[in-house]
Every structure is written in C-alpha cells, then in structure tokens.
Design a binder for this molecule. Structure first.
Ligand code: 2PG
Ligand code: MG
Length: 430
C-alpha cells in the first residue's frame, strides 16, 4: 500500500448544523497529507430503530453538545483505524462497528462512526484523484437524480398547522437536471407570491420550504398546483407531486387502541383503513407519484393494507419504517410492505451498511431515494452518493438555504463535469 492510502491521522471537532445544533466534522489524513472531511446530519422526525446519535446532555448547548462523540473519534476510533488503507471501506467500517460493539452504535455514537466512515471514503477518492461520485459509483455513474423538492413544510419541521410534514414538487417532464431544477426554483418563487397574495406567511421551515398555517392539506396541494400552472408548466406532465406524511408522528394510543389524528384537518381517531381511504382520495384528485411514511412505523398491518391499495400506482416509501436497515427492509419485502426505501446514511451509521441496504432493496425491485436530514450542513456527500448509486431520485429540500443548495449546487457541478454524458430520466423514474 502506498503512503497516500495509509491513514495517519483522524480527528473530529464540533460544528453547527442548519438548526443551530452542534454536530461533528471529521478529518481523515493519509501519510502523504491527503485529507478527506465530512460533516454529520441530524433528524427531527426520527424512526425509533435508528442508530443512536450520541449527545452529551447537561446544560451546554441545551444538552445537545457532541463533545463525547468527538472524543470517541479522537481517542478511540483513531487508534482503531490508523494504519489502515482508506480504500478498504468495508474493512474499516467493520472495524468501527467492532470497536463500538453494540447493535445500535450507542457506545461510540452513530454520529461519530458515520463522520469517520464518510471522511475515509472522501480521503480515498482524493488519494485516487477522482471525484467522490466516480469513486463510489465507478466509470458508468452518469444518472442525475430527479429531485423531490420539499417546498411546503409542516409536521415537526415547522411551527404551523399542517399535519403532513412535506409537500414536494417533482420535476418529471424535463430533459436535463439543470432544467428540472430551474423549473422547481421558478415554482418555489411562485408559491411565495401566491402565499403573500392570500395573506399567508412566507416564512420557511427547517428544509427551506414555506411554512404557512394553511387550513387543510388539500389547500397546500392546491397552492402547489396553482404555482405550477402559473409558472407556465403542466401539472401531471411537467410536474408531479409527492408527500412525506411522517405518520409515526400522527399515531397515538387511546384506551388500548391505536389511531391516527389529523388535527389540521380536524379529524381524530382515524383507523388505518380510514387513513388509507384518505390517501386514495388524495391520489385520485392530484398527480401524486410518491408517498413516504403514509402509515406509522408501528402499524405494519396498515402498511400492508396501503401497499395492497396503492402499491401498483404510487411509490410508497419507507423512511421511519425501514431506517435504512437492511434487516428491516428484508422484513418489508417478505411482508410486501412499501415499494421503495428512503436512504439516510445516519439512520444506519456507516457507508458500507448503507450500500448494503440499497443492494438489498434493489435486488427485490424496491426503489431507493437518497435523502438529507432536516438538520443538515454544507456537506454535499449525498449528491455524489445519489449519482454514484444511479438510484434516480434525491430528496434534499427546497431550493433555498445553503444547507439544501449545497446538494443542488454539487449536482449542477456533476452535471457539468459529465457534460453530454449526463442523463436525467424525469418521468421514466416513476
Ligand atoms: C424525513 C426527514 C428528511 P428528519 O422525515 O424524511 O426530510 O426528516 O431528518 O427530521 O427525519
Ligand atoms: Mg421521512
């Protein structure tokens, strides 16, 4: 092994994420001075089976400090992987897992482990002198993802009355990524004008989408439809719509029975069947191509039901349901639950486990969508990952706020680097 590949130094430090909470930045050096760095994102509507994000507790940063995770990188993980070859991602990730020794990465922290895993892969790409998407995806990686752009925020990502967490526009009828993104931006600005003209707030939520206190979920879908038409695009052919319901947040127990509530719609005590009916009605009235977490992660029967009802017509994405965990994805495949998997690196905590989940999903015909978290940084790793894997879809928020645009801008760069070899599939993805 040449010294450009041998890890000589690894260290972490605290930085801030887009919500103003601390997170880790990690730097991985090789013996010739090559460096790879990464920053770790953080979710708000988290699945219960996600790998554990280690926070310090106490009063510093309201308990959210990550000094312990930082010192776990500096004191423990560094010793475990110094001397290893940065190109041996699987071996390095295994060593990280072994060093942690728990099932859910709770000793060292999934945030500490992921930061190292990603910094290592960046160092490898840099040592080889190739782009990250090339390193991860090989010589054939050329598919730019269709963005699912979250332009109206609700649920726990915003301080408003909308029950559904994410209302997304999907530019499907365009021939290249930059045109699709531009059209999405035009619609985004149009939404702002419509909200203002109706007297609603145009303040934004965690992912850069607007967060007005609309009266119903349908009103949000109507505003998206109007904005698309007013921008000169056709609803259905140029743009489709998508939702992330994050329904685990809407599921509750009452006298031993489980129900959903849609307080924004003034509807309480909905059974799984009634939730499914609610979505069937939405799908019949709007060109919705994808619904994420329409049912709670605790309601597998509800998931089976909705997959039977809508699975042949709509992409049904498991996020909190699958938490990027290949074992849970296998269970979903066995029970015919959902037909797509949201891919979030920090839900599982290493790059190689993430890639394994993508492989598990695809072998059974489940689609994958590479995704950001609601708490993000300027790190654009997921843009490269989406192109490398050729999954055809990315979810990275509104085209506003630099934490989201870091990913869009990186995709624009990759598109330019690929030149005429860049491919955008748009509608063919759905
Ligand atoms: C989601 C994500 C990202 P969070 O639910 O899909 O949009 O949110 O990171 O808060 O889990
Ligand atoms: Mg989600």
């Amino acid at each position: 092994m040449g010294k450009e590949f041998r890890i000589s130094k690894l260290f972490a430090y605290e930085v801030l994420d887009s919500r103003g909470n601390p997170t880790l930045a990690v730097e991985c050096y090789t013996e010739d001075g090559t460096v790879g760095s990464a920053m770790v994102p953080s979710g708000a509507s988290t699945g219960s089976k996600e790998a554990v994000e280690l926070r310090d507790g106490g009063t510093r940063f309201m308990g959210k400090g990550v000094r312990k995770a930082v010192s776990n990188v500096n004191e423990i993980l560094a010793e475990a992987i110094v001397g290893m070859d940065v190109r041996e991602q699987i071996a390095i990730d295994k060593r990280l897992l072994f060093t942690d020794g728990t099932d859910n990465k709770s000793r060292i922290g999934a945030n500490a482990i992921l930061g190292v895993s990603l910094a290592v892969s960046r160092a490898a790409a840099n040592a080889l002198g190739i782009s990250l998407f090339r390193y991860l995806g090989g010589s054939n990686a050329n598919l730019l993802p269709t963005p699912l752009m979250n332009v109206i925020n609700g649920g726990v990502h915003a301080d408003n009355s909308l029950d559904i967490q994410e209302f997304m526009i999907v530019p499907v009828g365009f021939s290249c990524f930059s045109d699709a993104l531009r059209a999405g931006v035009e619609v985004y600005h149009q939404i702002k004008s419509i909200l203002k003209s109706k007297g609603y707030s145009s303040a934004v939520g965690d992912e850069g989408g607007f967060a007005p206190s609309l009266n119903t979920n349908r009103e949000a879908l109507d505003i998206l439809s109007e904005a698309i038409e007013r921008s000169g695009y056709k609803l259905g052919s140029n743009f489709a719509l998508a939702l992330d319901v994050a329904a685990s947040e809407l599921y509750y127990e009452d006298e031993g029975a489980k129900f959903y509530s849609l307080p924004g719609e003034k509807r309480e005590k909905l059974s799984s069947e009634q939730m499914v009916e609610y979505f069937v009605d939405l799908v019949e009235n709007y060109p919705i191509v994808s619904i994420e977490d329409p049912m709670s992660e605790y309601d597998w029967e509800g998931w089976e039901l909705i997959t039977k009802e809508l699975g042949s017509r709509v992409q049904l994405v498991g996020d909190d349901l699958f938490v990027t965990n290949s074992k849970i994805v296998r269970e979903g495949i066995r029970r015919k639950v959902a037909n797509a998997v949201l891919i979030k690196l920090n839900q599982v905590g290493t790059l190689s486990e993430t890639l394994q989940t993508v492989e598990t999903a695809r072998l059974s015909g489940y689609r994958c969508i590479v995704s950001h978290r609601s708490g993000e940084t300027e790190d654009s790793f997921i843009a490269d990952l989406a192109v490398a894997l050729g999954v055809g879809q990315i979810k990275t928020g509104a085209p506003a706020r630099s934490d989201r645009n870091a990913k869009y801008n990186r995709l624009l760069k990759i598109e330019n680097v690929l030149g005429e070899n860049a491919v955008y599939l748009g509608r063919a993805v759905f």
